[in-house]
Design a binder for this molecule. Structure first.
Ligand SMILES: O=C(CO)COP(=O)(O)O
Length: 242
């Protein structure tokens, strides 16, 4: 059984002064779950020594070279990141990242020794058209590289319509997609049954327990509610109690 993971994604938020939130989080020890915060790249190097795992939100496909403004997975590992998010819907939209690019970034991350959190999820239009599982299948096939294992990869199911909206799928909807992802991973990878599968999209302290009770949900990828320790701690506690 995978260890439970409470992962925060700060997105493009956070200045050095905000790192006090991590120190506060780090004081909440004793929960038997892994806690990870995926920071803006500018802050990662300032977190050495904190008893919290630190991740990044993106990496380049190449190890180094003439890519102005980009950051490689090796650079992220060098400043202390252990994880990196790949394929977040905001990057797929804002930067036109395709499944093939997400797979290449994930391979690069694995080569650098990072654990990837590969994000997949449908739009509202796709859900209403009844194509959610087809979208999930295509994204799993295209975005998750063959080198993925239960040790180097976590999948995050993030329905795009639930991100930052306060709208959360029903627990039946989450259960259906998570069971589907679990089945697909089990069919494709020798250790597929052991992959962590996070839910993401408007997770808050007051809905976390219900979400964590859903089969095959092994944790959460949390945006807004990860920015402040006072909001993230109840989510960590709910995961530990699940
Ligand atoms: O996109 C998300 C995490 O990657 C979810 O964001 P919110 O928790 O703010 O909805």
């Amino acid at each position: 059984m995978r260890r439970k993971l409470a992962a925060g994604n700060w997105k493009m938020n956070g200045l050095r002064a905000d790192l006090t939130q991590l120190a506060t989080l780090a004081e909440q020890r004793g929960y038997d779950v892994d806690v990870l915060i995926c920071l803006p790249a500018t802050l990662i190097g300032s977190c050495a020594g904190l008893p919290i795992a630190i991740g990044a939100q993106d990496c380049h496909t190449a190890t180094h070279g003439a890519h102005t403004g980009d950051i490689s997975a090796a650079m992220l590992a060098d400043v202390g990141a252990t994880h990196v998010i790949t394929g977040h819907s905001e990057r797929r939209t804002d930067h036109h990242e395709t499944d093939a690019i997400v797979a290449a970034k994930s391979r690069a991350a694995h080569d650098a020794g990072l654990i990837t959190i590969i994000c997949i999820g449908e739009t509202l239009v796709q859900r209403e058209a009844g194509t959610t599982l087809d979208v999930i299948d295509a994204q799993l096939a295209g975005s998750v590289p063959d080198c993925a294992t239960a040790d180097n990869t976590v999948i995050a199911y993030e329905p795009i319509w639930a991100i930052g909206t306060g709208k959360v799928p029903t627990t039946d909807q989450i259960a259906q997609v998570h069971a589907h992802i679990h089945a697909r991973l089990t069919a494709r990878f020798a250790d597929g049954a052991g992959f962590g599968i996070l839910y993401g999209g408007s997770v808050k302290g007051d809905n976390a327990a219900a979400i964590f009770a859903v089969p095959h949900v092994t944790g959460a990828l949390v945006g807004g509610a990860s920015l402040k320790a006072v909001d993230f701690t109840p989510i960590i506690a709910a995961l530990a109690a699940s």
